[in-house]
Design a protein around this ligand. Structure first.
Ligand code: PBG
Length: 335
């Protein structure tokens, strides 16, 4: 039986009836957005020079630790459950091994200690990957022109431990090495850190939409070549399901798809196949496209921001990493 024709047809059926009034529209809405759905990515900078705006990500800033409490406090006030921290590392602290990643006193660790002592209930998500710290800009270790997998895992596991010990409660590996979730879970378990959550960037594509982020961290000028030997090919969809299946087996608690809007089909397949907590990252390039058009007067922020975020809920996400987190939460609060 065709489920559509068995429901009757016009003129007895008129779908506009349920759209006729605000109250019915609200009652029949299949998805909702609230501040609970957002994770706000925050960029950190060294020194006490104050925050500086990032030109490629309009409205977002690199924040120094002396201003971080106020900055993150805006998310706390709006009821945003978690923030994700990304460090802009000074070039003189970068080397070929990404050694600064495993320094227990690095920028992310200092930020985590500060934030946890001030806002113990705010979720802290730490990026696990070497690119902010390597002079070649790659997420793993480079040997003879290749990104080596298993040696990179050892560094990533150490990076995870220093972050978790500093107060990061959710580690989000974005490096796309094979076996990283298992390696991190094993390292965390042997350090007795069994409650640390792993939000895996399971299906992370080799995307041009990360451009503004790499500018924000200064890793685009550093990057030698591209990331296509470890990030996924935008042509692939079945492969994303294999990535997710492996990460779940290895101990991931949450799954992320990245970028977001160009990959809504992947989100929907992941959610309907695995029925696990699924997130999307509305990445810097997606944000800057929309924000740039808003700043030019071409799009109405009161319409497009929440519409872009609702798309993720419709596709099956339980939450979204988005630079719009504050603006969206403010809009929802105002109603
Ligand atoms: C790197 C990382 C990237 C982003 C988050 N973590 C960029 C990359 O893979 O080069 C991108 C986020 C964004 O564009 O907003 N580990």
């Amino acid at each position: 039986m065709n489920p559509f024709t068995s429901q009757g047809s016009y003129p007895s059926v008129r779908l506009r009836r349920n759209r006729a009034d605000d109250w019915t529209r609200r009652l029949v809405a299949e998805n909702t957005l609230s501040a609970d759905d957002f994770i706000w990515p925050i960029f950190l900078k060294e020194g006490s020079g104050g925050s500086e705006l990032i030109s490629a990500i309009p409205g977002q800033a690199r924040v120094s630790l002396n201003e971080l409490i106020d900055h993150a406090g805006r998310a706390v006030e709006l009821g945003i459950p978690a923030i994700a921290l990304f460090p802009a590392t000074a070039p003189d602290r970068k080397d070929s091994q990404g050694s600064e990643a495993i320094n227990a006193d690095n920028l992310v660790c200092r930020a985590a200690r500060l934030l946890k002592s001030t806002y113990p209930a705010l979720g802290l998500i730490g990026d696990v990957a070497l690119d902010p710290y390597t002079d070649h800009g790659h997420d793993g270790l480079l040997r003879n022109g290749r990104i080596v997998n298993d040696e990179s895992l050892e560094m990533l596991a150490k990076q995870a431990i220093v972050q978790a010990q500093a107060g990061i409660d959710t580690l989000a590996p974005s490096d796309m090495m094979d076996g990283r979730i298992g390696a991190l879970r094993k390292a965390l378990d042997s350090a007795g850190l069994t409650d640390i959550r792993l939000m895996s960037y399971a299906a992370k594509y080799a995307s041009g939409f990360y451009g503004p982020f790499r500018d924000a961290l200064g890793s685009s000028s550093a990057l030698k070549g591209d990331k296509r030997t470890y990030q996924m090919d935008p042509a692939n969809s079945d492969e994303a399901l294999r990535e997710v299946a492996l990460d779940l087996q290895e101990g991931a608690d949450m799954i992320m798809v990245k970028p977001g809007m160009p990959y809504l089909d992947i989100i929907q397949r992941v959610k309907s196949t695995f029925a696990v907590p699924t997130f999307a990252y509305q990445v810097s390039g997606e944000y800057s496209m929309i924000k740039g058009a808003i700043n030019n007067g071409w799009l109405d922020p009161h319409k497009v921001i929440l519409e872009s975020l609702m798309a993720f809920k419709r596709a099956g996400c339980c939450g979204i990493l988005t630079y719009f987190a504050l603006e969206a939460a403010e809009q929802l609060k105002r109603g």
